[in-house]
Design a protein around this ligand. Structure first.
Ligand code: KIV
Ligand code: ZN
Length: 535
């Protein structure tokens, strides 16, 4: 019989499910698959690949990940399902091709959720849990149950709920602080009580306790670690902490806390921490969710030392101001420096080391972009390459793509952009517009062509590396005309106006695809109009 490692904290990554629920974070199925592959490489124990009943696309994406990433020596592939028959059956359809599938089903158990969301009594909730966990277990040997809003659920009722879920076959009990309300000490006490008092789920029962914390009060990591101290041996996390509202607990923070303080926790994870930076950049590039510079572990400033006294200490001994080395999280300088003299083979090898297997036409495409960049800047870094890959191959299916752009701007007023956009059918449209600046003018020209009105709610530009010739990365977020949905876009180019236009087109393409709005391609190509902006 396999021995259970009681000091192992299992990492359950929900970037592709709870993370994808962040406003504007929608990813396509190719992006999800590549992130899942990288998560497996990172060493996560469980990937929550999606919510199969949400849409046929979600189901297909989960099936693809189950088939291609869920190998016998790979991670468990989980899917989420509400505690209803249709969701559970669809979830099983999603995950069953994995060698190690899991059904994760949930029901809100706080009085607020019972009264206002499901409109059922506690008694009825127990019946629903009995039926849904029993059904899930009849399909799959590995079943996780979450009493949603556990942080605000009456602890006595919570114990009853957890005991019932275990009796019906749940193998993991996940305790969510769905609204990020609980304080670390309270969370510790709640989890410790549940572990000690839930019949059938104590130490030695084989049931794994898990915690899932949201970050509304900035306490997600603290609460998750408190849960671990109280006996949880699975943590539900996302890369960069993305997720609903203020986000979920970030994987990198929990993993590095456990690794950096071995005497305090005496625990370990299966994560290869050197893959953290690469994974963080991949998720940021594909979701268009920029990582704040002061973000713990993966922010651009996380290992930067500015103050004179700090720099002095660092020069004498890095331990003065660094509690972990940048190398531990994968912030290394590649030994193979790529530049304008590097060939296709060197590029291919470096891309392989970064986790991308690219060949044939795709490699030629990246090589052409790489050469352009290498002409503009002396050395091309790993971060530059990741940005190029994200720009070339990821984003929505392109309904409209940028054919050409020309801008005039300066101090004389009337910044003008002439933009040529190609529809996927081959039809091209040209429009010229005036705006408050070249980016505004370009976006106005695109709006006039595509006719998909939206509100630009976020625009950010930053350079991938230092230096005047660095590659510019732009992320944008737009809001749909009804104000109900947001869509993100990402673009990278040595020219920030081009990067800005690519990012905007990516977001608009997502909105057009999701909401079926925008112009119908019609008749002849190339209309030329001039629109002007006032703001
Ligand atoms: O936050 C939450 O309660 C969830 C559950 C579905 C686990 O995401
Ligand atoms: Zn959640």
């Amino acid at each position: 019989m396999a021995t259970v490692d009681n000091n192992l904290v299992r990492i359950f990554d929900t970037t592709l499910r709870d993370g994808e629920q962040s406003p504007g974070c929608t990813m396509n199925s190719a992006e999800k698959l590549e992130i899942a592959r990288q998560l497996a490489h990172l060493g996560v124990d469980i990937i929550e690949a999606g919510f199969p009943a949400a849409s046929p696309d979600d189901l297909a994406a989960v099936q693809r990940i189950a088939r291609e990433v869920g190998s016998a020596d790979g991670p468990i592939i989980a899917g989420l399902a509400r505690a209803v028959e249709k969701d559970i059956v669809t979830c099983w359809e999603g995950v069953k091709l994995a060698q190690k599938p899991r059904i994760h089903t949930f029901l809100g158990t706080s009085d607020i959720h019972l009264k206002y969301q499901t409109g059922i009594t506690r008694q009825k909730a127990l019946e629903v849990i009995r039926q849904s966990v029993t059904l899930a277990r009849s399909l799959c040997a590995d079943v996780e149950f979450s009493p949603m809003d556990a942080g605000r659920t009456d602890p006595k009722f919570l114990i009853e709920v957890c005991a019932l879920a275990v009796e019906c076959g749940a193998t993991t009990l996940n305790i969510p602080d769905t609204v990020g309300y609980v304080m670390p000490q309270e969370w510790y006490e709640l989890v410790a009580t549940l572990v000690a008092e839930t019949p059938g789920a104590g130490v030695g029962s084989g049931v794994i306790w898990s915690v899932h914390c949201h970050n509304d009060l900035g306490l997600a990591t603290a609460n998750t670690l408190a849960g671990v101290l109280a006996g949880a041996r699975q943590v539900e996390v996302t890369i960069n902490g993305i997720g609903e509202r203020a986000g979920n607990t970030s994987l990198e923070e929990v993993v590095m806390a456990i690794q950096t303080r071995p005497q305090y926790y005496n625990l370990h994870t299966n994560i290869n921490t050197r893959e953290i930076m690469k994974t963080s950049r991949m998720v940021s590039n594909y979701t268009g969710m920029h990582v704040q510079p002061n973000k713990a572990i993966v922010g651009a400033n996380a290992f930067a030392h500015e103050a004179g006294i700090h720099q002095d200490g660092m020069l004498k001994n890095a331990a003065t101001y660094e509690i972990m080395t940048p190398e531990t999280v994968g912030l290394t300088q590649s030994k193979l420096v790529l530049g304008k003299h590097s060939g296709r083979h060197a590029l291919k090898v470096r891309l392989q080391e970064l986790g991308y297997s690219i060949d044939g036409d795709a490699l030629n495409q990246v090589f052409a972009r790489f050469k352009e960049l290498a002409d503009a800047k002396k050395t091309v870094t790993d971060a530059d390459l990741q940005a190029l890959i994200a720009d070339e191959f990821h984003g929505p299916d392109e309904i409209y793509s940028l054919a050409d752009i020309q801008v005039t701007c300066g101090t004389m007023g009337m910044p003008t952009a002439t933009v040529k956009v190609q529809h996927v059918d081959g039809e091209t449209f040209v429009h010229a517009a005036v705006g408050v600046g070249p980016v505004d003018a370009s976006y106005r020209a695109i709006d006039a062509i595509i006719k998909a009105p939206n509100t630009l709610i976020e625009y950010s530009v930053h350079s991938v590396t230092e230096g005047i010739s660095a590659l510019g990365e732009v992320t944008v977020r737009i809001e749909s005309p009804d104000g109900q949905r947001t869509f993100g876009g990402y673009g990278a180019d040595a020219d920030v106006i081009v990067a800005s236009v690519k990012a905007y087109l990516a977001a608009v393409n997502r909105m057009v695809a999701a909401m079926g709005i925008g112009r119908a391609p019609e008749g002849e190509a190339a209309t030329v109009n001039v629109a002007s902006g006032t703001d």
